[in-house]
Design a protein around this ligand. Structure first.
Ligand code: ADP
Ligand code: ASP
Ligand code: MG
Length: 807
């Protein structure tokens, strides 16, 4: 004999309830089917009572919706005829009773726990009648007659012995199919309607399975089994094929809603396995929970969490070594029906932190203050203090006890995500490490832990892309093209969670579609720097990277905040790395102490590995003695393109059109861009330098930099004749122009120089860049890095490489 429990999620819709019918009718041995109320109905029954007691007439509409949902479902799944007619009469009668109760509540504005228990009982009473009529040959049993509770403090708990004996009487003979409403019960003495607590249908099923020694308890729900974490929070969670009772109990106690915690004990004692299965996907294997499971190399099995946690601190000087304080704390809480789900006590024993549900917190403080009234009065102890708005997370797995370093890895992961742990506890059984954090970090904490412990599935990296110009746009296209391959081959999921232009921004935690991001962005809300900051920080998403493909100083001004919030920064934007030395150092320092990355490889030489190479040299103990480089793709393009037929002004125009130059080409022509690059390289080589320290020999007159961009374009051709004269002379001497940046002996400079064929810089083509590094090790023959130094796609590829190095 089996017990099958179907949750609200399995009988909420026409499709799902028909699936229940198929599953039950296909069984080959006797089954007892336990059902919940239609999905969401219990909540609505409660909400409606609240409206009524508050005198809100909307309770009428809400009641009508409840009635309508039941009628719609019945009519959709049960063929017209006698059975349907009599079922409708029955449901109608119950609904009329329910309506009268609501009216009473409305009139006298009183909703006692007893009335509320009666109200919610209609959910399972109605659903179980509907399912009985739906499933051919099934017999209904009234759970109010055999599931009995008794009072303990303010709570109703199962009256185990009477219940077991009544269950056995009820099923002295076991018909092929019985149907029972879960959750509801009656008081063993007064006969008043009670229930087993929210989610209690699982428990009803477990009690029946245990009392009747069922071969298995099957819990049918809306997910493929017990998963590594709540799939509604962690998209990458996956089904755990096998769990021990202890592991399941730990996970459920800490909020894995898939099974109501008290469910496990009755069947565990009888060694009856629990099978979790998906009503919507009956062919998937699901999860089996039993006492022994196959060896699994994974150190932890699952993560669960509870929101709405408060932490009470019981502290005082007298507590040191005083025997009995703990006994008093826990008995006093237990006597008042307050459950404690976490305790952490420092070995100094002068403070104990107790995790309770927030709704119990005030009461808990009150009773503890009362218990320790004398000690508080004479100053040996402090009044209870508490902190709310917290969440408790549990990391569970029986293998933890054989694996050293789990706690280290766990807390390291949290630290890197910028999450501080307020209290933590690990029992000697080592199957559970639980800790308390601020609730606003919960999602991030769960994601980071899941990511670092369940690597077998995939690693997620969440990207904010700011700037959708040539580089940003090209980056998004490259990501779009690579996404699938990275997922398949490297198990890395690049999730673009935000895209912003200077005017618009869109964000989506689950990831934006990159197919038509430009159109989407057009329809996205207006944005500005403040919103950008709020959204990126506010999303508080784990493993996140802010990618700056703008040239904006305002955006660069956000890095510090982002790094401080443990968001990695990848910048194509040169502003930050070339800003004040102090700011540059500070950003690098924050990144280092926070364990995140601040990368800007493309600031110099687009995708060429220049900064990385300098870092590698320096880190391995080499010393950079001289840097000589042609770093402006734009200037190089200009001086390689200029000819008898193409005047200077035209080459500038072309550089802009090809996407080599900065949006304002004057930044390139003034040498400013090269100065910034030289500053960045020099700093990465380990020297302190500011932009002002670099000596700049300009190649066009000062006046060109003063006016507007329009004036600039208009006046530019006036330089053509002079350039042509100089160019001709140069050509005659077989020489070329290169705009060179140089650092040596504490001195930096940029200038236009002439080179003949004997020099490495002579043959430089198109917009290419070249860097010569003379170091202690590469001395006689300097190291040479050369290649495309500008262009949207190579720059985007360089940014992509920075992102991948973080991933
Ligand atoms: P039912 O109506 O069938 O009783 P519940 O909503 O009570 O269903 O429980 C199923 C839900 O539990 C899932 O939809 C899922 O969101 C949630 N859940 C939380 N933690 C887990 C977990 N570790 N594994 C699977 N589901 C979980
Ligand atoms: N219907 C009840 C609830 O929503 C019991 C259950 O679904 O298990 O809490
Ligand atoms: Mg449930």
């Amino acid at each position: 004999m089996k017990v099958l429990k179907f949750g609200g999620s399995s009988i909420g819709s026409v499709e799902s309830i028909l699936s229940v019918k198929r599953i039950v009718e296909a069984q080959t041995e006797p089954v007892i089917v336990v059902v919940s109320a239609l999905g969401g109905i219990t909540d609505q029954l409660i909400r409606t009572s609240q409206m009524a007691v508050e005198g809100n007439l909307d309770y009428q509409t809400s009641y009508e919706e409840i009635a309508q949902r039941h009628f719609n479902l019945m009519e959709a799944v049960i063929p017209a005829g006698e059975a349907l007619a009599s079922l409708k009469d029955e449901i109608n009668a119950m609904l009329n009773e329910l309506h009268s109760i609501y009216q009473g509540v409305f009139l006298i504005r009183d909703l006692s726990p007893k009335t509320l228990a009666t109200v919610v009982s209609y959910g399972e009473r109605m659903s179980s009648r509907i399912v009985t009529t739906l499933i051919s040959g099934s017999q209904w049993r009234d759970s109010r007659e055999f599931i009995k509770t008794e009072r303990q403090g303010s709570k109703n708990i199962l009256a185990t012995e009477v219940t077991y004996s009544l269950v056995r009487d009820t099923w002295a003979e076991i018909p092929p199919i019985s149907v029972v409403g879960g959750f509801i019960s009656t008081d063993k003495d007064s006969g008043e309607v009670t229930n087993l607590g929210r989610g209690g249908s699982d428990y009803t099923a477990s009690i029946i399975a245990a009392a009747l020694d069922a071969s298995v308890l099957e819990i049918w729900t809306d997910v493929d089994g017990f998963m590594t974490a709540d799939p509604k929070v962690i998209q990458t969670a996956y089904t755990i094929p096998e769990l021990t009772y202890i592991e399941a109990m730990e996970l459920c106690n800490f909020g894995a809603k898939v099974v109501y915690p008290p469910t496990i004990y009755p069947v565990c004692v009888k060694n009856i396995p629990i099978l979790i299965r998906n009503t919507f996907n009956p062919d998937s294997g699901g999860t089996i929970i039993k006492s022994r499971v196959k060896d699994d190399s994974r150190s932890i099995k699952g993560i669960s969490s509870i929101k709405g946690t408060s932490l009470i601190t019981v502290a005082g000087l007298s507590m040191v070594g005083v025997i009995g304080v703990n006994r008093r704390i826990f008995s006093c809480l237990a006597e008042n029906g307050i459950s404690v789900f976490m305790v952490s006590q420092a070995s100094s024993e002068n403070s104990t932190s107790i995790g309770v549900r927030t709704e119990d917190c005030e009461e808990a403080c009150r009773v503890l203050n009362e218990e320790f009234e004398k000690e508080i009065e004479d100053g040996r102890m402090f009044r209870m203090q508490y902190e709310s708005g917290l969440a408790t997370v549990a990391v569970v797995g029986e293998n933890m006890k054989h694996t050293p370093g789990i706690a280290g890895k766990l807390f390291g992961t949290l630290g890197r995500s910028g999450i501080s742990v307020i209290a933590c506890a690990q029992g000697a059984s080592e199957t559970n490490i639980s800790f308390v954090i601020n609730e606003k970090f919960l999602r991030k904490a769960l994601n980071s832990i899941h990511d670092s412990f369940f690597l077998s599935e995939y690693k997620e990296v969440n990207l904010f892309i700011c700037g959708v110009g040539t580089v940003g746009g090209s980056l998004l296209e490259q990501i779009h093209l690579q996404q699938e391959k990275l997922m398949r081959e490297l198990r890395i999921k690049l999730n673009v969670v935000g895209i912003a232009s200077s005017r618009k921004a869109m964000f989506r935690r689950e990831g934006l579609s990159l197919v038509d991001f430009r159109q989407q962005l057009q329809q996205a809300p207006e944005s500005n720097i403040h919103r950008l900051r709020e959204e990126v920080i506010g999303m508080n998403i784990f493993n996140s990277v802010f990618v700056d493909c703008t040239a904006s100083a305002e955006v660069a001004g956000l890095y510090k905040d982002f790094l401080n919030h443990n968001i990695n920064v990848v910048a194509a934007n040169k502003v930050a790395a070339s800003s004040d030395y102090k700011n540059y150092r500070e950003l690098k320092h924050i990144a280092q102490t926070r364990g995140v990355k601040f990368l800007f490889e493309t600031n110099v030489g687009a995708g060429l590995p220049i900064i990385r190479t300098i870092n590698d040299l320096v880190n391995s103990g080499d010393k950079i003695l001289r840097i000589e480089a042609v770093l402006s793709g734009t200037l190089n393009f200009i001086f390689n393109t200029i000819s008898k037929d193409i005047p200077f002004s035209e080459t500038v125009r072309m550089a802009k059109a090809e996407g080599y130059s900065e949006p304002d080409p004057r930044i390139d022509l003034s040498g400013k861009d090269v100065i910034r690059k030289l500053v960045i390289l020099t700093r990465e080589a380990g020297y302190e330098i500011e932009q002002e320290d670099v000596e700049a020999k300009l190649l066009i007159p000062d006046s060109f930099f003063a006016g507007s961009l329009d004036d600039f374009w208009k006046n530019l051709p006036s330089l053509d004749a002079d350039f042509e004269a100089r160019r001709e002379a140069l050509e005659r001497n077989h020489r070329v122009w290169r705009f060179v940046a140089k650092y040596e002996d504490g001195h930096g400079s940029v200038s236009l120089q002439e080179f003949d064929q004997s020099h490495d810089f002579y043959g430089l083509k198109g917009s290419n860049n070249i860097v010569l590094l003379t170091t202690e090790r590469y001395n006689e023959y300097p190291m040479l890095i050369q290649g495309y130094g500008a262009g949207a796609s190579v720059t985007a590829a360089g940014v992509f490489a920075d992102i991948m190095s973080i991933a």
